[in-house]
Design a protein around this ligand. Structure first.
Ligand code: NDP
Ligand code: 2IT
Length: 450
């Protein structure tokens, strides 16, 4: 084969910026992956010749659509919805749906890009996708949320399917929203298929899907600690967020002997020096999901705690940090503070919560740092198991699923070691990027130029 002219890393990133104007989150995600992939493919001509990275960083398609709905006062409201189908080389597109006012095409493109590598890392046959809308479920009645979800699915149903693209939950989309969307899909198509995951147990959902992301992130952390001959017992753990991922991560930390010091939401964080135990976590779950309350109200019930308005929790001294809220919530300065305070491990429950500068701070300090595409893959992994159960029209037992989740997280950790070990330091970012890339890239090579 002729040796093609290799585009170098700066030229590649310039090209990504030029082709995706104003899409800073997408460019950031591509840059973080490309830093490692350029190293890896340096002497691998096929990946260059077939422009594999360039092709993975160009979504297969981006569907954008209008979502009209009627609020309780009879006002007609208009939102924008999207589905980004990034890559289906190793399986149907798979990835969550996010409802949040901050959702843009750039945010969903970064999430779909990340999902492609994450899903490959799980070892299950799933491609990468993501969707959502700039809809704010906060303060809306159940009926408003239902009407929005139905309208959203009335367009989305044309683009998804059990063997085509299988959405699930993400920020602002939990069991309630999945129920409304599944109901509408079934109504329009008259088919009962596994088109969504994260479903209720009564209609095809899987045991432990709700817990899987948070639990999986802590299992990944345990694998990293074990490499160093350590565990969680007595360790102080700082967590951001107070949604699905944060509360289940907190629960698993407590079960494994750690002390959870903080939780947060978009208005600030709470610090509980007595530790946030299971009873307090249960209170947060009920408060945030059923009562749709704010984390600030925690201090009214648990009076030893303090609320810090408008702040993130990274200044609280800790051994371990688990960012579990949203992208770019942990910046370079926060990373320096964590390292200076003796933090020895960070595992990302959220997607891209640490910005590029922060990632470099953690890498330079050589602390244990697990990127989201590895650490938070437990959620989509159990989604993959839900798809298998739906296809086979069976339900697996909880113990079997718990074991599968443990095994999958251990498998992801091993894949990271394979490509990320540098002497006695493990670069988990590099390991995850290369292992995820290689599987997708080799499938793409098999297909030729498509
Ligand atoms: P939830 O909607 O259940 O909770 C989100 C939490 O993050 C809330 O506490 C929310 O606070 C906070 N948050 C959201 N946006 C912001 C913001 N802009 N600034 C500060 N805080 C914010 O979502 P999940 O727990 O499901 O998702 C959290 C993260 O985990 C996301 O990055 C998601 O992509 C990722 N993830 C989720 C998976 C899943 O299975 N659910 C799987 C893998 C990753 P508030 O209530 O104030 O909005
Ligand atoms: O970011 C993610 O991995 C998710 N929101 C879960 C996706 C899924 O399909 O379960």
């Amino acid at each position: 084969m002729a040796i093609s002219d290799h585009v170098d890393f700066p030229a590649f990133i310039e090209g990504v910026k030029r082709r995706n104007p104003g899409q800073s989150e997408f460019v950031q995600a591509v840059q973080e992956v490309a830093e490692d992939i350029f190293d890896f493919i340096q002497d691998k001509e096929q990946y260059h010749h077939y422009q594999i990275l360039r092709r993975i960083a160009e979504p297969d398609r981006v569907v954008s659509f209008r979502v009209c709905w009627e609020d309780d006062k009879g006002n007609i409201r208009v939102q924008r919805g999207w589905r980004v189908q990034n890559n289906n080389s190793i399986g149907p597109y798979k990835g969550g749906i996010r409802f949040h006012p901050s959702v843009t095409e750039s945010v969903l493109k970064f999430l779909a890009f990340e999902q492609t590598f994450k899903n490959a890392l799980t070892g299950l046959p799933m491609g990468g996708g993501k969707g959502g809308a700039n809809f704010n479920p906060k303060g809306k009645s159940d009926h408003e949320v239902m009407r929005f979800c139905q309208s959203f699915m009335t367009e989305l149903y044309r683009h998804v399917g059990a063997d085509v693209d299988v959405p699930a939950g993400d920020i602002g989309v939990g069991g309630r929203e999945i129920g409304y969307m599944f109901g509408q899909y079934k109504r329009i198509t008259n088919q009962f298929t596994g088109v969504l995951t994260g479903k209720g147990l009564e209609y095809g959902g899987s045991l432990i899907r709700t817990e899987a992301t948070g639990y999986g992130a802590v299992y990944f952390l345990m694998n990293m600690l074990k490499e160093k001959g350590q565990d969680l017992v007595g360790k102080a753990v700082v967590i951001s967020g107070s949604g699905n991922v944060a509360t289940h991560a907190a629960e698993k930390v407590v079960q494994l002997g750690g002390r959870v010091m903080t939780l947060s939401d978009s208005q600030g964080f709470i610090h509980d020096p007595d530790g946030i135990d299971q009873e307090k976590i249960d209170w947060v779950k009920t408060h945030k999901t059923r009562r749709r309350g704010r984390i600030a109200e925690y201090v009214e019930t648990f009076t030893g705690a303090t609320f810090h308005e408008g702040k993130t929790p990274w200044g609280v001294p800790c051994d371990v940090a688990l960012p579990c809220a949203t992208q770019n919530e942990l910046l370079g300065e926060d990373a320096r503070t964590l390292v200076a305070n003796g933090c020895m491990a960070v595992a990302e429950g959220a997607n891209m919560p640490t910005n590029l500068e922060g990632v470099h701070v953690f890498k330079d300090a050589k602390i244990l740092f697990a990127p989201g595409k590895a650490a938070n893959a437990g959620g989509v992994a159990v989604s993959g198991l839900e798809m298998s159960q739906n296809s086979g029209r069976i339900s697996w037992k909880e113990a079997e699923l718990q074991q599968l989740l443990l095994d999958i997280m251990e498998g992801i950790h091993s894949r990271c070691l394979e490509y990320g070990r540098r002497g006695d330091y493990v670069d988990y970012v590099k390991g995850a990027n290369i292992a995820g890339f290689k599987k997708v890239a080799d499938a793409m090579l098999a297909y030729g130029v498509v």
